[in-house]
Design a protein around this ligand. Sequence first.
Ligand code: PLP
Length: 361
Amino acid sequence: MARVYNFSAGPSTLPEKVLQTAAAEMMDYHGSGQSVMEMSHRSKWFDDIIKEAEALMRELYQVPDNYKVLFLQGGASAQFSAIPLNFMNGSGKADYIITGQWAKKAFQEAQKYGDVKAVASSADKTFSYIPKTKAEDFRDDVDYVYICMNNTIYGTVYKELPPVGDKVLIADVSSCALSEPLDISKFGVVYFGAQKNVAPAGLVVAIIREDLLGNARDITPVMMNYKVQADADSLYNTPPCWTIYICKLVLDWIKEEFGSLEAMKAHNEKKAAVLYNFLDNSKLFKGTVVPEDRSLMNVPFVTGDEELDAKFVKEATAAGFVNIKGHRTVGGMRASIYNAMPIEGVEKLVEFMAKFEAENA
Ligand SMILES: *Cc1c(COP(=O)(O)O)cnc(C)c1O
């Protein structure tokens, strides 16, 4: 059977090269006579895999030396709790910007642990823009400011970071991880669930400034204590070995195919422009996000007619463009065009949309 173009927001499409390598190495990984799923996480083979994954992550993101790179579990959602438990440890205050469902869930979870304030929100317009903030919007004594960098459901992204001064900035970058360069030194913590852009589900990568570690609350579950994980080099318990291995293959792919995150970004910009240019000129389809805050990764769009949206989703699916239905809170469609979506996938989708437009206008 031919492979489909998979526009899923996550778990999402992976590079074919990575799938082929994983398949070729399935029965006998590098002469070990085992697959990576079966081997000890204390084996030399796996030790090499996790160390190479970390080295590639550091190289591509140019992670400064005073940051730890951790491979964790529990999904991005577990970090919603781990972040206040580890970092809301001075004044017990934190400021959150509410740009969508994931930021809101993180905010609600943090409220269990301290004085948490929503300093700005774009809920008034279904999160179709990034709210502007000023330095004075943030409280002086907060332990951190929290943002969700790329809003998977709504298709917005921060092009400029909020003016937090020297306050600790923490960002969920799950759905834009490794899609473009990021100046890690501007953040206290960035973290991402892997299933959007980096690997299958089951892995979270957290990049944490070292001086922030070591002040977790006493009640923090040991598995959520970043210091414990950092001291154990992410091997406090059995890590998600297979997912870390695929993550390493994806990092290899980015390096070999593109060379750097600057080049990855240029490719993603070119790819997203194909879809946005079409949307901006279409008489039937339109994007739901204000142009200045549009994501390169998640592109929601609508026809304005729910029945026509449903017809489009049905016909697109039959034509091999799958998982293109929008999130229930936005309606319409959403094309997630992560790193691994080839440009041909977007070009063919746009051709299909043009044909649909001609038939239904
Ligand atoms: C998908 C997603 C999450 C939730 O991830 P889980 O791994 O399912 O917990 C959180 N934040 C963002 C930005 C996401 O895209």
